[in-house]
Write a protein that binds this ligand. Structure first.
Ligand code: GRG
Length: 289
């Protein structure tokens, strides 16, 4: 077992239990609570809350209930984005996390509302967990029009638009906004929360930027390398549906090379911090390399 596996095995159940318990107890209407919980508890990897907690760990900050609430707030926001991304008006997916998507299970209006409710609840938990407007500003910037929503907009706007298919700058920007911003925020919020030194913050943010970029390439490779059963969602969709991404731009082998380069870069970014748990996140990529 690696330090990362220990960490993941210790904290994933804590995150899962907190999410299940508080979604059930903090929402008055049992039906909307059930619809929200359905997607949150469908078995995500908890990558972003784990990154937040691992960064605290790397900085020697103790993890207690407030830190778990904050970390879980990030997961609520991430789950909202998945529910909305799967809607017929966006990616139109039937499966996510190995289960029917929210709109397929509960109906479209219900799925929209479940996402709409998860987003502010996530921000609320981050505000309450951190007691800091600085962290609230960081997360809201990361997921708004200059962040995740902006990236999703560029994605929707450029689908089936051949003129951007070889525009590397555009594709990098779109992927960074859609995927990278929330990943960066998960690490950067922890660095600010744990009062990391300026040097530590620079290294951690560089690592988060490199990891955020690499995660999209990984996710694109999952689309071509894994079966739907393995991925828990439809695969082999991107090219068919006219999506423009690093993989459709570079092809499989060059994307793998880019991912390997980013893994080396991420290790270099953490030089001097050398935290085994944070470095262990890079092991996720082995299955597509
Ligand atoms: C609808 C505002 C809005 C945004 C959608 C999340 C997203 C933005 C789109 C989903 C499509 C996609 C491939 C995005 C890249 C981010 C990504 C890799 C999401 C999947 O995250 P994982 O792998 O999933 O952490 P789990 O289920 O493990 O949490």
């Amino acid at each position: 077992m690696t330090a990362f596996t220990y960490f993941k095995d210790e904290w994933t159940p804590v995150i899962d239990n907190y999410l299940a318990k508080h979604l059930a107890s903090e929402i008055d209407d049992q039906k909307i609570s059930q619809i929200m919980s359905y997607s949150v508890m469908a078995g995500g990897k908890r990558l972003r809350p784990l990154l937040f907690l691992a960064t605290l760990n790397a900085l020697g900050k103790k993890i207690e209930e407030s830190e778990i609430r904050l970390a879980c707030g990030i997961e609520l926001i991430h789950t909202y984005s998945l529910i909305h991304d799967d809607l017929p008006a966006m990616d139109n997916d039937d499966y996510r996390r190995g289960k029917l998507t929210s709109h397929k299970k509960w109906g479209e209006a219900e799925a929209i509302l479940a996402g709409d409710a998860l987003l502010p609840l996530g921000v609320q938990w981050i505000a309450e967990g951190s007691n800091s407007s600085e962290l609230v500003i960081m997360i809201t910037k990361a997921i708004g029009a200059n962040g995740m929503v902006g990236g999703q907009y560029l994605d929707i706007d450029s689908t089936n638009n051949a003129s951007v298919a070889d525009d590397e700058k555009f594709i990098n920007k779109m992927e960074w906004l859609k995927t990278g911003c929330l990943i960066q925020a998960s690490v950067e919020m922890a660095a600010v929360y744990a009062k990391a030194s300026d040097i530590e913050q620079v290294k951690l943010v560089d690592f988060a930027k490199t990891f955020g970029r690499s995660y999209q390439i990984y996710d694109d490779l999952v689309d071509v390398v894994e079966t739907s059963e393995e991925a828990g969602k439809a695969t082999h969709k991107d090219e068919e549906e006219g999506k423009n991404n690093t993989l459709t731009l570079l092809g499989i082998e060059k994307s793998r090379k880019e991912l390997k380069d980013l893994i080396s870069q991420a290790k270099a970014d953490l030089h001097g911090i050398n935290n085994e748990v944070l470095l262990g996140f890079l092991d996720l990529y082995h299955k597509v390399l």
